[in-house]
Design a protein around this ligand. Sequence first.
Ligand code: MG
Length: 390
Amino acid sequence: MRKRRIAILGSTGSIGRQALDVIAQHPDMFEVELLTANNSSELLIEQAVRFNANSVVIRNEDKYEEVSKALEPHYIKVFAGMQSICDLVAGDNIDIVLTAMVGFSGLESTVAAIRAGKTIALANKETLVAAGEIVMGLAEKHNAVILPVDSEHSAIFQCLQGSHGAEIEKIHLTASGGPFREWTREDIARASAAMALKHPKWTMGSKITIDSATMMNKGLEIIEAKWLFGVDASKINVVVHPQSIIHSMVEFADGAVIAQLGHPDMREPIQYALAYPERLSLSNRKIDFAELASLSFYAPDMEKFPAIGIAFDALEKGGNMPCIMNAANEAAVAAYLQDRIGFYDITGVVCECMAGVDFVGKPDLDAIFRTNEEAYAKASEIIGKISSVR
Ligand code: MG
C-alpha cells in the first residue's frame, strides 16, 4: 500500500508536534512531505531532518537564510512566506493536509488546500468559525474531504460512523470547564494569564488554553460543529464534564446516545483523522473503568462564562458576525496574555466589537478578510483604552 503523504501546517505547535509523534509510530503508513512554521526555525529544521521532509516553509521571511543554510546539505527544499504555503499545499505530492496553525491566519492556506481537492485534517477551528459557510461550500465544490481533529468533533464524527445517515437529534458537546470552573466570579475577574494557562486536563497552546478558561473555546466549537455536521444551533448542547473522559456525544431520535471515550490525549483524534477510516495502535493511556469510579456532568454557568452565550448569538446573527467575534477574541486573548487587560475584558471586547463593526449578511471570502482586519483594528483600539486606565 502506498504511504499517505502528509503536509503539516504549523508543525512546531502543540498539535503539529503530537502529529509527528503519531507519524513516528507508523512509518509504514505515513510520510512527511511538507512542514511549515511561523517563527520556530530551530525546531522546524530539526523536524525536517528527522522526518526527511520534501520541503519546508518558514513563514517569517527573515528566518529564510537560517533555515535554508541548515537544510541545504539534506537536500530539503526551503521556502518562505504565506504564498509559498498556499502554493505547496496544492502540490501533487500531498494527500492529507493537517491544518494546525493558530487562529484566523490558517484560513488562506486551508482554502488553498481545499481548492486543490486535498483531504483536510482540520485542527484550525477558527477557519470554520470565521468562514464556515464559504469553506464548506468550497470543500463540496472541489471534493475536498474535511476530517475533524478537534477532540470533541472527532468524537462526534466517530459516534456517527455506522449511523447510516440517521438524523442527529442533538449533539452534546462536552467541556472540561477550564481552570476556573469552581472559582467565584470575583476571583475569576482578578485571574492572571499565568493562572489561566494552568489547564487541568489538556496540554495545549496558549491561545486555546485561554479560550478554554473563558469557555470561548466551546463557543468556537459550537460554530465549528454547526458547519462540520450541518446541524442547527438549537440542536447543540454544551455539558460540562470535568474529567474530560467523554469527548462528546450524539443523540438520535429514539433517545439513544452514542459517546466516544478516552483519556484526554490529542494524539488520538489526530491519528484518527490521518488514518481514517482505519484504526491503528497508539501508545497512549487506556481506560480502566474500575479506576475511573465516577464521571460527573453539569450545565455550564453562563453568568461566569458569558462566551458560550456570545457564540450562540453570533451564530444566530450569521453573516460575518462569527468572524467579528473570532477576530476580537484573538486580539483580546493576545492582550490578556500580555497582562494588558483583565479576564472579563476579553468577552467585553468581543461584545463591543460585535456591536461596533459593520455587519455583512452574505460575505464572500474577500469580505471575510476585510471583516477580520476591521474587527481586529476595532478590538485593538478598545484594548488600548482599557489598558491605558489599568
Ligand atoms: Mg476541542
